[in-house]
Write a protein that binds this ligand. Structure first.
Ligand code: UDP
Length: 239
């Protein structure tokens, strides 16, 4: 089957909100299971998968620092939030029969393996989903940037950004029904037009590394599977 696959190794970026479901905060077990099933569909095609999850459903460093918390301190709390999401996803994946390992950028050896690039690759080669927790391990960064970094490190052929909408629009499609979807964008379009695809640091890194970013709707059953099989889905950001 791998003959029809567009990618052999991908990095999937999920925002923390993707774990929250309707409530937008915390973890919704039903939603986490649904996310795990979408990943399973791709895993069954024998595609190697790395995952980076955000933490915004639990804690956002920037928002907390706006309320007078020290930014670096708040960012560390945000990174810990991503570990909670990662553990939840690992649990859900394993319940679906998909082996998964959490590798953390902040050492926490009772809970997760330390992130070691070569080991991450080994896990994926053995058919385990590698979940990269704690972002980059550094304050003042985001999980979008962590996703671009890990995607590059593991040699992923694409960074898949799962979102609520089915691609990048010229305006917010949830607010404005006239909004138009882009099929393809260049990295610099995203930066210059201030499109909310990923933050600038992440987009710049993807540009330098020639890493395509594909923005697609996550919670549409079978969508990610069709994407990796080469169907035109979402918006592709490339050079
Ligand atoms: N964070 C950080 N460094 C990183 C990644 C994340 O400091 O490398 C912190 C930051 O405070 C951020 C929070 O973790 O607000 C949650 O991550 P993010 O906002 O990227 O999550 P998402 O919006 O994707 O849910």
């Amino acid at each position: 089957e791998s003959g029809s696959l567009k990618y052999q190794r991908i990095l999937l970026k999920l925002s923390g909100e993707a774990m929250a479901g309707e409530q937008k905060f915390g973890l919704c077990p039903k939603t986490v299971r649904a996310v795990a099933r979408e990943i399973k569909d791709v895993w069954e095609l024998q595609i190697q998968i790395g995952v980076v999850i955000g933490g915004g459903n639990i804690f956002r460093g920037v928002a907390a620092s706006a309320q007078e918390m020290d930014r670096a301190q708040a960012d560390y709390m945000g990174m810990l939030a991503t570990v909670i999401n990662s553990l939840a996803l690992q649990d859900a994946l394993e319940k679906e029969g998909v082996p998964a390992r959490v590798m953390s950028a902040i050492s926490m050896r009772q809970v997760a393996e330390p992130y070691i690039r070569r080991r991450a690759i080994r896990h994926m080669e053995k058919g385990r989903v590698a979940i990269f927790a704690a972002g980059t391990g550094n304050p003042f960064f985001t999980t979008d940037t962590a996703a671009a970094l890990r995607a590059t490190e593991i040699g992923a052929q694409a960074l898949l950004k799962g979102t609520k909408v089915d691609g990048v629009y010229d305006r917010d499609p949830l607010m404005d029904p006239e909004a138009e979807k882009y099929e393809r964008l260049e990295y610099l379009d995203v930066v210059q037009r201030g499109l909310k695809v990923m933050d600038t640091t992440a987009v710049t890194m993807a540009l330098e590394q020639h890493l395509p970013i594909i923005v697609f709707k996550l919670m549409e059953p079978g969508n990610m599977k069709r994407l990796v099989q080469g169907e035109k889905i979402g918006t592709v950001v490339e050079g």
